[in-house]
Structure formats: C-alpha cells, structure tokens
Design a binder for this molecule. Structure first.
Ligand code: NG6
Ligand code: CA
Length: 513
C-alpha cells in the first residue's frame, strides 16, 4: 500500500481502480502518513571525493554507486560538517555544529553517549513524523551514561534513547575496542561467563597486544593500533573477555548489510528511516575474500569494491520490494580520504594513479577541502530529476530539510545550525546554502561563500606525519578562489584583504551565534 501513496501511483490507481480501492488507498495514506517517502541514508566512512567512478575514479569499479548517481543528483560541492567521524555524525544527527560543544572530538571506544537522551535529533523528529527508525553499522557517538556503557548488561543512553527504534551497532570504529556488535542495547552473542572488560588507559593484558606479540598479527600497524589483538589485528584500546561475541572483520560488511536489508524487509509496509553507516572504507581494511586482492589497489581499493557491493544490496532490496520509487536515498561520507590510517595494508604501495581526493587538496583531518567535501547523491525516482548540482550543500542541513520534507516543524532549540535546504537537495534550485562551514581535526574552521574559501589562521602542524596529509593550518589567513582553483593552490589572502575581512567577520558572527 505504501506505493499507492506515491502521488503518481496514487493518481494511476485512482484512474484505473474501483471507487472502493480508491477510498481504501486514500484512507491508508491518511492513517499511516505514508505519503512521506521512506528515507535511506547510506553513510560511508572515509570515502573520498575521488574514490568512486561517478566522481572520476577510473580503475576501481563502483557500478552500484554509479547507478545511484545516474538515477539521482550528483552533488559536486557537498560537505560533511567535520573532517573526522564523531563530530561529523554529531552535527548531522543534532543539527548543531560539533565545534560548539566540548567532548565531540574522535570518541574513544568506551566514551559515554555524546548525544544525551532528551536531545532533539534527526531520528527523533522522523519518529514523531510516524517513521520507524533504525541505525545499522558504525555509531562512534559514545554509549552509556557517564562512566561508559555496561557491556555485560543493558546499554542505556543508546540510540534507542535519542530516536532510533532499532539499532545494530559497531560501537565505535573497526579499529577500536570493544570489537563486538550491539543489537537493541545488548552485545550480540555474549557468554555471561566470559564478561567483557574495556580500557583505554590502564592496559588489560589478559589478551596479547600487537606491541608485544607482532608475530600473532595478520595486519601490522604503521602507527598506533598496537594494543589488544582481536582476530589477528591489533586495535586502539584494551579488551578482554567476550570471546564468543567478537566480530570477524572479514564478515563485517556481510553482517551489517544483512541487518540493513532485514530492517527494510521488516518495515516495508510503513514509512521507515534507515541510517546505514558502513565500516568501509575505514581501517582496518580486511574485506571478505570475495573482495580481498581483487581491486589491484591494495586493501583500500578492495574495501571500495566491498562498500559498493553493500550499496548494491540495499538498492536491490528496494527494487525487489518495489520500494525504490517511494524511497529517498541519500548517499554520503563522514569525512574525506586517508590512505595510511594506521595499518600496513598495501594501500600506499598499490595506490598507483588512483586519487582518493580527486582534484582536492588535503584529506581526512584537513582544513583543505578534501577533509569535508565528499561524494553526495540524492535519489528519489519521480521526484528528483537525475542530473548534477554544484550547489553548496552541508550535512548539517539534513535535519531541517527532512523535517520540511515530512511536514514537521523544527521543535524549539532543535538543530540550531540546520537550515531547510530541501529544494536544493531535491534539485529544484541550485542556489544552496549561503555559506558552508568546514571543521578540521585540530579545530580550524573555514568558510566557503560565493566560491571563495577562507581558512582561519591556526598555529597547528602543517602536515600530519602519520598519515602524510596536509592539515591546512597556517598561522596566517588563507583565501582560495575555489571556482577557479579547486585544488587550493594559490593563497589569495595577501592581495584580497577586503574578502578576508568579510569572510572572517562572517565566520566570527556564526561562531558567536
Ligand atoms: C585516529 C586513529 C585513526 C582513526 C581515527 C578515527 C591513530 C594513530 N589514528 O586517532 O586510525 O581511527 O582516529 O577515524 O590512532 S574516524 O573516521 O572514526 O574519525
Ligand atoms: Ca570517518
């Protein structure tokens, strides 16, 4: 019945069917509010602007993502709110820039919930709009009350407390303990006689570490990542117990994709919101043997193949269940690309001419554009005309824009930085946001407006030695004309003091808002 509520389908059914059916479908629309489309947000991890075919990658095939782009709008100037995971996700789900709040940097694996119960969130708004809401995959926004989650009991201050009806989680990241899944507040497959302990301070040395036992490793760290070994891979943080519950990295994409597909199947008759946040293509990159060694570009290339497969599974499910026409699919990444993010996985050696950031400068962590400018695709057949948009877009606006889409007014104090950009997202205008704010690892803020980008002065390191990424810091102001210089090569600040003044003043105003 959901499909009948799509306007076109509805008209067709009205024209061809009996009056009874017409009335039944009309009533059903009122009752379930199902003229709101389903919403699927596919959120990649560390996928760069140049990593997929439809954004210019030539040799790593991504047919499913390319198909999505062909059927939707491919945005060329869309941004995550930050250049790392936790603040990006915080901003997207709350509609508040993470840099306004302490404690929103890259979260430890045992961090307490960063978005506290009681907050207005994007999923809560959709729940109020009648959606069944689910999150599957990477969380990395902390779990549990102050002091952290009870890994051996029921996890409170979980996604269920901020608007999700269902959750199946990688609690933090693939490279951080605890390396177990959590489904609906409980660790999956936990044997109570083998309780989980997690520490990010004092070592727990019940299990071997990568530092002391490199001979046990199947992937070796290049920097950090030398603590507890799980599944032959040493991680960030210490963990003991929970042996039966530990994940197998090679199966992770299959496991979470199956859960995402199941969520769609279970909720096909009502409006649903699925936030599918993949582990790929974050480290450790240990794809299934179907993909391992298949790209010719090392583990990072293989992870892109695997990620594209995950996307394909979700799209096929929508097709199979005849939901595609009534589902708004949004595809994005949480931050830009990194090649060596802590493991020797051949991604550097086999990178060849692949350009993870495409024409952009910098990468994950950076104030340069590759930090936050990401692939961003919106598909809604019959409502969104396929094409391309260079409108300035920020993920901070998903909250207010989806509220508009679903007929919800933003509650007071909700999403203070989120603006309704629905018309831009649906391709009705290419105007986009008046300005876009970027936020780097070390907190440098930048602002893009009218094709110009201003990076505020920062005394931080210019280069991240571990990842070999230019962080974009400079003690002097930087100004780039992105419309002519997308690679941020020519700093025009010295000869354009007025522009610098205008943009720095606007940035200050937004900071103090
Ligand atoms: C860094 C990790 C990196 C990655 C990142 C978070 C080290 C040396 N580096 O601190 O490997 O885990 O945090 O990535 O530990 S994110 O995409 O989740 O933000
Ligand atoms: Ca990330």
């Amino acid at each position: 019945m959901a499909n009948l509520c799509n306007r076109r389908e509805f008209m067709r059914s009205a024209g061809f069917s009996l009056t009874g059916l017409f009335i039944a479908s009309a009533l059903s629309c009122v009752k379930s509010k199902s003229n709101n489309p389903n919403i699927v947000l596919i959120y990649a991890d560390d996928l760069g602007y140049g990593d997929v075919g439809c954004y210019g990658a030539k040799k790593i095939p991504t047919p499913n993502i390319d198909r999505l782009a062909g059927q939707g709008i491919r945005f060329t100037n869309a941004h995550a709110s930050s250049a790392t995971c936790t603040p990006s996700r915080y901003s997207m789900l709350t509609g508040e820039y993470a840099w306004r709040q302490e404690g929103t940097g890259i979260a430890r694996g045992n961090a307490p919930a960063i978005i506290k119960p009681g907050r207005q969130t994007l999923p809560l708004m959709l729940q109020n709009a009648g959606y069944t809401t689910g999150v599957v995959g990477k969380w990395h926004l902390g779990l549990g009350p102050e002091g952290g989650a009870d890994w051996n009991g029921e996890i409170t201050s979980a996604p269920e407390d901020i608007g999700f009806d269902y959750s199946f989680l990688i609690p933090a990241t693939g490279d951080r303990v605890p390396c177990v899944y959590i489904e609906s507040r409980r660790v999956v497959g936990l044997d109570p006689s083998d309780p989980i302990k997690v520490s990010f301070d004092e070592p727990i040395l019940e299990d071997p570490t990568g530092k002391d036992h490199p001979e046990l490793l199947k992937v070796h760290p290049s920097h950090g990542h030398d603590m507890t070994i799980i599944n032959g891979i040493s991680r960030i943080g210490y963990m003991s117990g929970g042996k039966a519950a530990r994940w197998v990295d090679e199966d992770m994409a299959d496991t979470i994709t199956a859960k995402a597909v199941q969520f769609v199947e279970n909720n096909q008759d009502k409006p649903f919101f699925l936030y599918f946040a993949t582990h790929d293509i974050h480290v450790p990159r240990v794809p299934h043997q179907r993909f391992a060694g298949k790209s010719g570009f090392g583990a990072r290339g293989d992870a892109i193949l695997q990620f594209d497969w995950c996307v394909g599974q979700v799209l096929e499910t929508l097709d199979r269940l005849k939901l595609a026409d009534n589902t708004l699919v949004i595809f994005a990444s949480d931050n830009g690309p990194v090649v060596d993010d802590g493991y020797k996985d051949q991604s550097v050696e086999l990178l060849q001419d692949h350009k993870p950031a495409g024409p952009l400068r910098g990468g994950k962590y950076s104030a340069f554009d590759a930090g936050t400018r990401i692939p961003f695709i919106v598909r809604w057949p019959g409502h969104v005309s396929p094409g391309e948009s260079d409108a300035p877009v920020s993920q901070i606006d998903l909250f207010a824009s989806l509220a508009k889409l679903t007929g919800q007014s933003m509650p007071e104090n909700a999403g203070p930085d989120s603006m309704d950009q629905l018309n831009t997202l649906l391709g009705e205008t290419k105007e986009g946001r008046e300005y876009v704010i970027e936020h780097s690892l070390n907190g440098t803020l930048s602002i893009i407006k009218d094709g110009w980008k201003y990076i505020e002065p920062h005394k931080g390191a210019k280069m991240d030695k571990n990842t070999n990424i230019e962080l974009g810091n400079d003690p002097n102001p930087q100004l780039y004309n992105l419309s002519k210089d997308i690679g941020e090569k020519n700093n025009l600040a010295p000869e354009n003091p007025d522009k610098v003044k205008e943009l720095s003043a606007l940035l200050e105003k937004i900071k103090n808002a």
